[in-house]
Design a binder for this molecule. Structure first.
Ligand code: HEM
Length: 496
């Protein structure tokens, strides 16, 4: 007797069963399965629940993993892949020590920002702007400080309007505008740093790049090259950036040719250093605006969030104002507003660092991709291609590293400096396995010394020239997002 032919429903069920078996087998064979998952289930498909939880409550999930697996790695789900997170200083030091040929920062950043597909292979792989920031910008900090200080009052006064007494100020947008302008003074100089549409674009580029990257990550890798032409937010911003910068670059080129290498009055800014580096590398000038804009991407929002958070803390802790004012007044009276004076402002430095500690700006540091199979210091095996990182906030709130870690103690780091006489390890810019605000090791944030000068000068200026307070009805914010979304009351300080 002839067997009845399988109907469509049976075929569909058979296919589904095969797919489920395939996913289960893949999951079972995956070496990452052995690494504990935090935030939800790790089973195929169900792991999307974990990814949803991680997207909505990243900080809570990371803290839970850190507390539960102290010292060993755990993993969290992202929509497109697993992220392995090391916890504890040994895990961080393990990542730091490994060479780029084992753990690739280029691939790590590319995974986060999808740079190669969206902005091109050159920008992703030849990160010479990092070397220029590390060398020229950092070396020239004393000579650019006068420029920064010249811009400071204009940048603040144009963004904080409080001529008639107390004014409610949205701190984050105000500080984004202020920092964009201050940084641009050092990155591209006058008059571009005061050109509103240019500044709007420099600020908008961050959101545009993140939007493109986040959409790209939701698309299966094989289809991404097809999707690229439709993701145009950051590339169109760069086209606009070129139109702003082209006349300036042409004028600089003309002067470079006219005066040659001995050009005495060459501009002392990042654009000039980038142009000189581009000349040496034979890189065309058209590529330089993108370098300035990826620097804006790294510099503006990170620094603005840091100072916005510090200003919130200042308003929430009025008892810190007098010691800060006394320090700034005493040091600037004896040393003037110099780089050496900024170095001596331990309390200002400590305030910024404590603000970073209690409300960390960046979520991850030392994000890398494994280029080979390896076993981490805690015995965790990770296969080639694994995305690995360190979570910053839980390390900064670890009671083992900080006494009364839950308390905002503005001068904990300056006190430690005074008590131990050891300055460098307590400074805002210092990095270690326990202090990750700027990453750690050879790839730690190259702009942190500039950020420290900019933010210390800005905080010192605010303290000396303005009063800040919370509106009496406000609830105290405990997270970075709540703090920087608040309004604080600001007024010009009365003379004397
Ligand atoms: C308070 C402000 C800032 C914070 C919190 C911050 C934080 C960070 C962090 C966490 C990293 C990743 C390090 C790692 O993965 O190990 C990083 C990288 C980077 N930062 Fe910053 N940053 C700040 C300001 C700046 C500024 C002002 C600049 C430029 C002048 C800058 C330029 C960069 C660059 C170019 C990288 C990539 C480094 C590389 O590719 O090797 N950052 N930053």
């Amino acid at each position: 007797m002839a067997q009845p032919a399988m109907d469509g429903t049976t075929i569909a069920y058979a296919c589904l069963a095969l797919l489920a078996a395939h996913l289960l087998a893949k999951w079972y064979m995956d070496p990452l399965r052995r690494i504990p998952t935090v935030g939800g289930p790790s089973l195929p498909l169900l792991s999307y629940l974990a990814a949803r939880k991680f997207a909505r409550s990243s900080d809570e999930v990371l803290q839970e993993g850190y507390d539960k697996y102290q010292g060993t790695a755990f993993k969290v789900a992202m929509p497109n892949r697993w992220l392995v997170v090391v916890s504890g200083p040994e895990g961080v030091e393990d990542i730091r020590r490994r060479p780029d040929s084992d753990l690739s920062i280029v691939d790590g950043f590319n995974e986060l920002f999808q740079t190669e597909l969206i902005l091109g292979k050159d920008l992703n792989e030849n990160r010479w702007h990092v070397d220029v920031i590390k060398s020229s910008l950092t070396r020239n900090l004393p000579s650019i400080l006068p420029e920064l200080l010249d811009e400071l009052p204009h940048a603040v006064q144009d963004n904080i309007r409080c001529e008639d007494g107390w004014a409610a100020v949205n701190i984050l947008p105000t500080m984004i505008n202020t920092v964009a302008r201050l940084s641009s003074r050092v990155f591209v100089g006058l008059p571009l740093c005061r050109t509103e549409p240019y500044l709007r674009l420099a600020i908008r580029f961050t959101a545009a790049r993140m939007k493109d990257a986040n959409i790209m990550k939701l698309i299966p890798p094989i289809l991404r090259p097809i999707a690229v032409p439709f993701l145009n937010n950051s590339r169109s911003a760069l086209v606009e950036a070129r139109t702003f910068m082209e006349p300036l670059i042409q004028a600089r080129r003309a002067d470079m040719e006219r005066f040659g290498p001995d050009w005495q009055n060459r501009p002392n800014d990042l654009l000039q250093w980038y142009l000189e580096e581009a000349t040496e590398r034979g890189t065309p000038d058209e590529a330089v605006p993108a370098r300035v804009f990826v620097t804006n991407f790294a510099a503006i929002h990170t620094s603005a969030l840091s100072i916005a958070s510090a200003l919130y803390d200042l308003a929430a802790h009025p008892e810190s104002v007098a010691p800060l004012r006394a320090e700034v007044e005493q040091i600037t009276t004896s040393d003037g507003w110099t780089k050496a004076a900024l170095e001596k402002m331990w309390k200002v430095d400590s305030f910024l660092r404590e603000s970073q500690r209690s409300k960390t700006v960046a979520r991850f540091a030392l994000t890398r991709v494994a280029t080979k199979d390896m076993t981490l210091v805690d015995g965790t095996f990770i296969p080639r291609g694994t995305l690995i990182t360190a979570a910053i906030a839980p390390a900064h709130r670890d009671q083992k590293h900080y006494q009364c870690a839950d308390v905002f103690d503005p001068f904990r780091f300056s006190r430690a400096r005074e008590e131990t006489g050891i300055g460098a390890t307590q400074a805002f810019t210092h990095t270690s396995g326990k202090w990750l605000a700027f990453g750690h090791g050879k790839h730690a944030c190259p702009g942190r010394f500039f950020a420290a000068d900019e933010l210390k000068a800005l905080l010192a200026y605010m303290v000396m020239n303005y009063d800040v307070k919370l509106d009496g009805t406000q609830q105290r914010a405990s997270t970075l997002v709540d703090a920087v979304r608040s309004k604080i009351l600001v007024r010009k300080r009365k003379a004397g």
